[in-house]
Structure formats: structure tokens, C-alpha cells
Write a protein that binds this ligand. Sequence first.
Ligand SMILES: *[C@@H]1O[C@H](CO)[C@@H](O)[C@H](O)[C@H]1NC(C)=O
Ligand SMILES: *[C@@H]1O[C@H](CO)[C@@H](O)[C@H](O)[C@H]1NC(C)=O
Ligand SMILES: *[C@@H]1O[C@H](CO)[C@@H](O)[C@H](O)[C@H]1NC(C)=O
Length: 205
Amino acid sequence: MKVPQNCLHFMWFLHIITAETTAIIRNVITSAQFQEALKSVQPGDYINAQPGDVAVPFRGRFVAASNGTLGSSITITGISIEGQGETEDVGLIIKGDYWIIQGIKIHAAELIIKGNNNYLNASQVSGRPKFGLFLFGNRNRVENCVFTADKSNGTGVMVSGNENSLEGIKVSAKTAIYFGEDSCCGRINEALVSTEMLFLAEVIT
Ligand SMILES: *[C@@H]1O[C@H](CO)[C@@H](O)[C@H](O)[C@H]1NC(C)=O
Ligand SMILES: *[C@@H]1O[C@H](CO)[C@@H](O)[C@H](O)[C@H]1NC(C)=O
Ligand SMILES: *[C@@H]1O[C@H](CO)[C@@H](O)[C@H](O)[C@H]1NC(C)=O
């Protein structure tokens, strides 16, 4: 069959458009696949674990270093991570920007968000880590999450960045939520705390 040259050009053009806009869904069932997916992920992609497909929680320290973009976030769903129970073991670090973390579970390790403009929803950190969630970045949003940290010396949520918001979270720890003195202009709505102390500094609601 003879295809006109301009038609071929048009098809090539379509191919480029498709390649740039198609999100890849990476289903992971092992820790190694999760590590690999975190390295190769692009803006708009999804990294998924189906709880039923994963025999054991993932083990290790997982780093999300890539950036999504405004309007093309990178999404992680359904991941479950088991730490080693050391008080400062870290399960997942979000170093990048524009990630959506939905419905993940971390046990016996910390969750750290260093990047900006990330969204953490319906997730939980349990066990007895020193920090349930450590928020270094700016403009991150945390909703509907549960953080349990060490009752004798742990902090549920440690906030050291700016303009981070916490909405509808539940916290159990020695210190529930600590806004560091270097932190400005955060927001807390409907936090349910089971704890001895709630330290807040520079919070504007
Ligand atoms: C992600 O974006 C930040 C700016 O917020 C930049 O500093 C960083 O280098 C970027 N990271 C990568 C892996 O491109
Ligand atoms: C947050 O998670 C809840 C529970 O899974 C879900 O119903 C809700 O749509 C999520 N919010 C967003 C903005 O995705
Ligand atoms: C926190 O308390 C636990 C026991 O409850 C202990 O094992 C750990 O060493 C303490 N950590 C620090 C930094 O004091």
C-alpha cells in the first residue's frame, strides 16, 4: 500500500503527542519493582499496588526523587511498607514535587516529605517511629491520615516547612503536632489528637 508522504508525517506527529500525554500505570508487587518504578516514573504516571496481590509489605527505604508538574502529578496508591522498628528508620521519602500519595500504609518506619506541593491522603503511619510524618517541604497538603508515633518520645507530625496544611488527621504520640519555629503559615483543621502535648507556632488558620 502506498501512503502519501504528508499522511505519514501526520501519523508520526500523532505518535509524539500520544507518547507525551499517555500516563503509564506501573503495577508493582515486589519491593524491587517498587524501587525500579520510583526511578523510572514520569509526570502523570501512577505506581500502584493492589493489597491482595502483594504477599508481604515492601521492605526497604524508598525514595521518590522525580518531580511531577502542576496538572501532571505522579500518583502512588495502595503501597504498604514495613520498617525495621528502629526509631529513626525511614520507609518512604518524597523528595520531589507534585506527588499524590493515596491510601498507603507504613508500619514501624517514618514518612518524610521534603518536596513541595505534594498531596497525602487517606494514609497511615503506625508502629512506634520517632516521627509519624516529617514535613520539610512547602505547600504540602495532608488529609484524612492517621499517624501513630512512639508514645514515650515520638512526634506524630513534625512540620518544618511553610504553608503546609493538615486536614482531618488523627494523631497519637507523645507530641501530636509540632510546628517548628522556622515554619510559617500552616493550617490545621479537625485534628483529633491523643497525646500529652500539642505545640503550635506561627499557625494561621
Ligand atoms: C525538582 O524540582 C525542584 C524545584 O522545586 C528542583 O530543585 C529539583 O532539582 C527537581 N528535581 C529533579 C529530580 O528534577
Ligand atoms: C481522599 O481519600 C478518600 C478515601 O479514599 C477519597 O474518598 C477521596 O476522594 C480522596 N480525596 C481526593 C481529593 O482524592
Ligand atoms: C524513645 O523511646 C523508646 C522506648 O519507648 C526507646 O527505645 C528509644 O531509644 C527512645 N528514643 C530516644 C531518641 O530517646
